[in-house]
Ligand binder design. Structure first.
Ligand code: ZN
Length: 299
């Protein structure tokens, strides 16, 4: 047990480091997105123009973009400024030189991925006594990294980038195949279950998207649901996932709506709710389904 906790802490540290990488990638992806919008003739809004001026250096693949630097004063960060979580806390979320704030996204993503990696190893539901078992865990962690980029990007700019969803899709196929090799089970039952999971969620949300013409849910969310759903081990998990995503969304937004801060017509990033619900379903789904939904549902 103690060994498990120590290895989990190691995973947590790796998560925090990758969290800082995830946020840096998000800014770079945003700069590239705006730059390609601009060159394809799309007229940037006033806010987008200001934002682009601020981050446009990141869109270039030159040397300056390879090192982390303060977005405000462009000072190159030294090693002490780049220790995930700890640097942010010591500096109070401000640049050492110009004292301008470093985004909260940096801090929350580092903490978030640290916790996600720590917990993943601690409660990992599949065996780790073979190479395939370990590769499967690493694929999972890479998916979490992509999800972290999605969460930050969607929270800031209400968009789930297609190339990140595509990366998750490729990893999800690898994940399903490796799990099948590792855990076995009937091929036919596995395929049927896969088809059901893939039909229930993306199908339902796809329908909502078409009925509401994109007002209730974005097409990016529907696309993201495809890889997330096919990784669910069984179709009852899809129901749990569906319930959790809406529940988490409801609980998060309720205080804002009740106090009038979030209007009922405001555009809300749904991607983060989907990802958090999926994460919980993947790691604790079996326990929750058996305890609360009933073991009769497990095929
Ligand atoms: Zn600065």
């Amino acid at each position: 047990m103690m060994d498990n906790v120590i290895i989990s802490i190691f995973f947590g540290i790796v998560g925090a480091i990758l969290g800082s990488f995830a946020v840096a990638s998000t800014w770079r992806l945003r700069a590239r997105q705006l730059s390609s919008d601009k060159s394809s003739g799309y007229r940037l809004s006033k806010e987008e123009k200001t934002e682009f001026e601020f981050i446009k250096n990141l869109a270039k693949d030159g040397k300056s973009s390879k090192y982390s630097h303060c977005l405000h004063c462009h000072r190159q960060l030294n090693a002490f400024d780049m220790v995930p979580i700890i640097s942010w806390v010591i500096l109070g979320g401000k640049c050492r030189t110009c004292k301008k704030p470093i985004g909260k996204a940096e801090f929350f993503t580092e903490v978030g991925l640290c916790v996600a990696f720590f917990v993943s190893y601690l409660v990992w539901p599949l065996p780790l006594n073979s190479l395939i078992g370990w590769v499967l865990l690493i694929v999972w962690l890479l998916i979490l990294l992509c999800c972290a980029i999605h969460i930050v990007y969607d929270s800031k700019w209400l968009l789930l980038l297609d190339n990140i969803t595509m990366m998750i899709f490729i990893l999800s196929i690898l994940f399903v195949v490796l799990r099948y090799v590792l855990a076995g089970g009937g091929l036919q039952a596995t395929l049927i279950s896969l088809a059901l999971s893939a039909a229930i969620l993306p199908g339902l949300y796809g329908l909502l998207y078409f009925i509401s013409k994109g007002a209730w849910i974005g097409f990016g969310d529907v696309k993201l649901l495809i890889p997330l759903s096919i990784m669910l081990p069984n179709w009852p998990y899809a129901l749990l996932f569906l319930f959790l995503a809406n529940f988490i969304g409801f609980v998060t937004l309720l205080p804002g709506m009740a106090s009038g801060k979030v209007s009922s017509t405001a555009r809300i990033p749904f991607g983060p709710f989907l990802i958090i619900a999926w994460f919980i379903t993947m790691l604790w789904g079996k326990y929750i389904v058996q305890t609360y939904i009933g073991s009769a549902f497990i095929l």
